[in-house]
Write a protein that binds this ligand. Structure first.
Ligand SMILES: CC(C)(COP(=O)(O)OP(=O)(O)OC[C@H]1O[C@@H](n2cnc3c(N)ncnc32)[C@H](O)[C@@H]1OP(=O)(O)O)[C@@H](O)C(=O)NCCC(=O)NCCS
Length: 338
């Protein structure tokens, strides 16, 4: 492990999405909605959903294997696994521990991180801190969600928005100036009530009443979240660019949390980032919460939109309320410090 201060970069990425596609047309048969409403109000055309037997840890495992393969890192070389999720397999043990077992990453500490849709960027910042402090060298950061199992399929105002998926990053030391240039994390717990799953925890354990009141599903005040999101995305991007010491026009690729195309476009517009530099896949996956930023990052990299030397801006917001941003100068293989 490295005790001197080094850069911290992303060595490899992987993603996993379920095969099953759920289209807007299918949703028209389930709730009072239309493909036209969903596409114009959210930008979503379809989303992926798991089968009955698949849980968050299963998608996480597939995504993690892909990231380890791209990074050429063996599971036994991982020091830490962080799984960002709001849909852990169980309240405990942590999904990260289930993943550790499946991978055979016997030397890795493992814990879950709950920061809503900002979770992956929070995880990236945590990994950077562990690596810079010298207490870990190779950290697997995963965003994985099976939101379809906490979606109220009778509530048209939420069920059209979400999807399932996972993506993972192997994070390790690198030679500056490559690597994470800056991160910025924030929270406003006073907004906890606008987006939550009210029951199933210690406050309101599962009971006949909580089931009848449909409290084991996502509850959201959409308009309030929308207003918060537009403000948080813009402010976070400005602050992280200031911390990184770069201008927003020097961003080569913008990876926003994929919650609503109108939120994405309005933040890009405010930041002066042209849409050609913005990676968008909300049309195919909907909002996959903590998996949204890393899935988009994995695809942007595979499609050549993120290349070594590029400044990549990631910005997310979510339940908590939370927000998080990071700017990473994409590394090449020779920047790695083994
Ligand atoms: C949820 C969201 C798409 C709703 O869009 P909106 O333009 O704000 O729509 P409104 O909530 O104002 O609703 C407008 C109308 O559409 C209706 N509507 C809501 N969902 C609908 C659906 N799926 N199909 C058809 N009509 C729908 C509403 O009932 C409302 O009708 P009314 O005017 O008769 O009451 C939008 O607010 C949003 O994206 N918010 C942020 C959500 C988010 O990002 N969540 C995740 C955070 S990580």
């Amino acid at each position: 492990m490295h005790s001197e201060v080094v850069g911290v970069g992303i060595w490899g990425m992987g993603k996993a999405v379920p095969d099953r596609v759920l289209t807007n047309e299918e949703l028209e048969k389930v709730v009072d909605t239309s493909d036209e409403w969903i596409r114009t109000r959210t930008g979503i055309s379809e989303r992926r959903i798991v089968d009955e037997d698949t849980a968050t840890s299963h998608l996480a495992t597939r995504a993690a294997r892909g990231a380890l393969q791209q990074a050429q890192v063996r599971p036994c070389d991982l020091d830490m696994i962080i799984v960002a999720t709001v849909t852990s397999d169980m309240l405990f043990p942590a999904t990260a521990c289930l993943l550790q077992d499946r991978l055979g990453a016997d030397d890795a500490a493992a814990f879950d991180l709950g920061a809503g849709c900002s979770g992956f960027v929070y995880g990236l910042a945590a990994a950077e801190g562990f690596i810079k402090s010298g207490s870990a060298s190779r950290v697997l950061v995963v965003g994985s969600e099976v939101l379809s199992k906490i979606t109220d399929w009778e509530d048209r105002s939420t069920c059209v928005l979400f999807g399932d998926g996972a993506a993972a990053a192997v994070v390790g030391p690198c030679r500056p100036p490559a690597g994470i240039l800056a991160t910025y994390l924030g929270a406003d717990g006073s907004g906890g009530g606008v987006l939550n799953m009210p029951a199933g925890g210690s406050l309101r354990p599962a009971s006949e009443e909580t089931l009848q009141k449909r409290l084991h599903y996502i509850h959201m005040k959409g308009r309030e979240v929308f207003k918060f999101a537009v403000r948080a995305m813009g402010d976070s991007a400005v602050e992280v660019a200031r911390r990184a010491g770069i201008q927003l026009q020097d961003v080569d690729c913008y990876i926003p949390h994929q919650a609503n195309i109108r939120i994405i476009e309005s933040s890009a517009n405010r930041l002066g980032i042209p849409m050609e530099k913005v990676y968008v896949n909300i049309d195919r996956y909907g909002n996959t919460s903590s998996a949204s930023v890393p899935i988009a990052l994995t695809e942007a990299q595979r499609e050549g939109m993120v290349r070594p030397g590029d400044n990549v801006l990631m910005v997310a917001f979510g339940a908590g309320l939370t927000w998080a941003a990071a700017i990473v100068r994409w590394m090449k293989e020779s920047d790695r410090i083994e």
